[in-house]
Ligand binder design. Structure first.
Ligand code: CA
Length: 473
C-alpha cells in the first residue's frame, strides 16, 4: 500500500438541496462552514442522483451500482449487507472505518452496517430530539436512547471516533446526518432564526402544472395542501384558497428547514475545526453531500422523487488541499454511483469490477477526460407510494431532459399497483430552466425526441436496466 494515504471524511445530510447552501448561491440562507469546504476545495455544479429517494441513493453510493443491480429500488427493499461496498475494500486495505447517524438501509442482522470498525445508526428515519441509536454488540446490536439533539449527537460520535483512532493508519468516516429530513424540528439554539423576516419565495411556488404530463398535478406534496400539522407545528388552514395556503405554509416550512440546516452547518464547522487543530486538514479529503436534492417550495412542493432539477441535483463539495485547487468549480456531470470508485482511487485501490460508476479523480485535478459522460440515466420505481409520484425513467443531457412516466408498479415492493397510460416530457433546460413547458409534442422537436429516446434506451441497456413494455420507440 502507498504510504501516507489520505483520510476521508464523508459528511452526508438527508434531503439538503444545494439551493439552500450559500456556496451554491442560495437566496434564502447562509452556510459559512459548508462554504469553507467549497472555498478551499471544489464545488460540483452537476452532481446527480440516479434515483431521488433516501434508501436507494445510499445503496448506490456504497456499492457504486444502479438500483436495479443492487436491488435497492425503493424504501422497502433493504440492502443486503453482504454486498460488496467500497468501504469494505477500504477497511480490508487498512483504513479505520466508521459510520454514525442515518443508515436507512434496513435493520437486523441482514441489513445492519458491515465493513465498519465502529458504528451507531438511527433506526429508520430516527428522531431529532433524544433519538434512539442502534449500537453494535458482540453478538449483534442493541438500541439505546441518547439525550440531546440528533445533529449534535452524530457529530459528537464522529469526533469520538476520530479521537479514539490509531493515528498511524488512515480513516474513512461517514458522518450521516438525519437533518434536514422531514419533520423539521430545530434545536433551541436555532429556533429563533428568521422570526421577523420573510424568506424569499422560489420562482415556481405558484406552479399550476399546466403544460406538463399529468404526474406533476397528481403528486401529493404541495405546500400546505398535502402537509400534516406535524410538518409545520400547527393546524393547517385548509379553508384558504390553494395559492394563499401555499404562500402561508411555505414560510412556516422553509424557516424550520433552514434552522435545521443551520445546525448542520455549525456541526460541520466543529469537524473542520477538529481537523485543523489536529493538523489533519492537509491530508484529509472532506466531502459534503446529500442523498438527493429537495423541493424547497419549487413547483409548490416539498419532498423529492421526481427527475426535475431541484430533486435530481445533489450538492457535492469536496476539499483536499493535496489534490484539489482551492476555489475551483466543476460543471462536468458526476453521479452518486461515481463516489465509490473515486474514493477507492484516492486510497490507491482499484474499483471493483461490478461498479458501474467512474472515478472522477481526473476532474479533481482539473482535467476532464475527452470521453467523460455528458448524459445520465435516472429511474424512480416507487410508483404512487407516499406522495403519489408516478414511476418514471429518463435521460438528462447537458441541455435537455426527456422523462418517461411509465406509471406502473410492475409488482415491485414498495409501490402501489395501479397503472396509468404512460406519458413523455421533454424540457429544454437552457430555454426553460424551471421545467415549466413540456415540448415533447412540438413538431419542431420530432428529430430531437427520436434522438433522445434512442440515447435513453442505449443508456438503459448500457447499465443493464430493462425498458418498460409499452416503451416501444
Ligand atoms: Ca433523503
Amino acid at each position: 500500500m502507498p504510504k501516507d494515504r489520505p483520510n476521508i471524511l464523508f459528511i452526508m445530510s438527508d434531503d439538503h438541496a444545494s439551493h439552500a447552501m450559500s456556496c451554491y448561491g442560495s437566496r434564502i440562507n447562509r452556510t459559512p462552514n459548508l462554504d469553507r469546504i467549497a472555498d478551499e476545495g471544489m464545488r460540483f455544479d452537476n452532481c446527480f442522483c440516479t434515483n431521488s429517494i433516501c434508501t436507494p441513493s445510499r445503496a448506490a453510493i456504497l456499492t457504486g451500482t444502479y438500483n436495479h443491480v443492487n436491488g435497492v429500488t425503493t424504501l422497502s427493499t433493504h440492502m443486503d449487507n453482504t454486498l460488496p461496498t467500497f468501504v469494505k475494500d477500504l477497511q480490508a486495505s487498512g483504513y479505520q472505518t466508521g459510520i454514525f447517524g442515518k443508515w436507512h438501509l434496513g435493520q437486523g442482522p441482514a441489513h445492519e452496517p458491515t465493513g465498519f470498525d465502529d458504528w451507531a445508526v438511527l433506526p429508520g428515519q430516527g428522531l431529532y430530539h433524544n433519538p434512539t441509536f442502534i449500537f453494535p454488540t458482540e453478538d449483534g446490536s442493541e438500541r439505546r436512547p441518547v439525550k440531546g439533539y440528533v445533529t449534535d449527537l452524530i457529530t459528537d460520535m464522529s469526533l469520538d471516533f476520530l479521537r479514539a483512532r490509531d493515528a498511524e493508519r488512515p480513516f474513512f468516516l461517514m458522518c450521516h446526518h438525519k437533518a434536514p429530513h422531514r419533520h423539521w424540528e430545530p434545536d433551541e439554539k436555532h429556533a429563533d432564526m428568521y422570526l421577523n423576516e420573510d424568506i424569499p419565495e422560489p420562482e415556481t411556488l405558484y406552479d399550476d402544472y399546466a403544460n406538463r404530463a399529468s404526474a406533476a398535478e397528481a403528486a401529493e406534496m404541495r405546500m400546505g395542501v398535502h402537509m400534516q400539522p406535524l410538518d409545520i407545528k400547527t393546524e393547517i388552514p385548509h379553508e384558504l384558497p390553494e395559492m394563499e395556503l401555499r404562500k402561508w405554509a411555505y414560510q412556516r416550512y422553509i424557516k424550520d428547514y433552514l434552522r435545521v440546516v443551520a445546525s448542520i452547518d455549525d456541526n460541520v464547522g466543529r469537524l473542520l475545526d477538529y481537523l485543523d487543530d489536529e493538523g489533519l486538514s492537509e491530508n484529509t479529503v472532506v466531502v459534503y453531500t446529500s442523498d438527493q436534492g429537495f423541493f424547497l417550495g419549487d413547483h409548490g412542493w416539498y419532498d423529492k422523487r421526481f427527475m426535475y432539477e431541484e430533486s435530481l441535483r445533489m450538492p457535492y463539495i469536496m476539499r483536499y488541499p493535496r489534490g484539489i485547487r482551492a476555489g475551483s468549480v466543476n460543471d462536468d456531470m458526476i453521479l452518486n454511483v461515481d463516489f465509490a470508485p473515486t474514493y477507492l482511487g484516492l486510497a490507491g485501490l482499484p474499483a471493483q469490477e461490478a461498479m458501474q460508476g467512474r472515478s472522477f479523480e481526473p476532474l479533481l485535478r482539473g482535467e476532464t477526460p475527452a470521453d467523460w459522460r455528458d448524459r445520465m440515466y435516472y429511474r424512480y420505481w416507487m410508483h404512487k407510494t407516499h406522495h403519489n409520484v408516478y414511476a418514471h425513467y429518463g435521460i438528462r443531457t447537458m441541455r435537455h431532459k426527456l422523462i418517461y412516466y411509465y406509471a406502473d408498479a410492475l409488482g415491485s415492493e414498495g409501490s402501489i399497483d395501479e397503472s396509468y397510460a404512460p406519458e413523455w416530457e421533454l424540457f429544454d433546460l437552457e430555454a426553460d430552466p424551471y421545467e415549466l413547458k413540456n415540448i415533447v409534442d412540438d413538431p419542431a422537436n420530432v428529430d430531437l425526441v427520436a434522438e433522445l429516446k434512442a440515447e435513453l434506451h442505449r443508456l438503459q441497456a448500457e447499465v443493464g436496466d430493462e425498458r418498460y413494455h409499452l416503451d416501444v420507440d
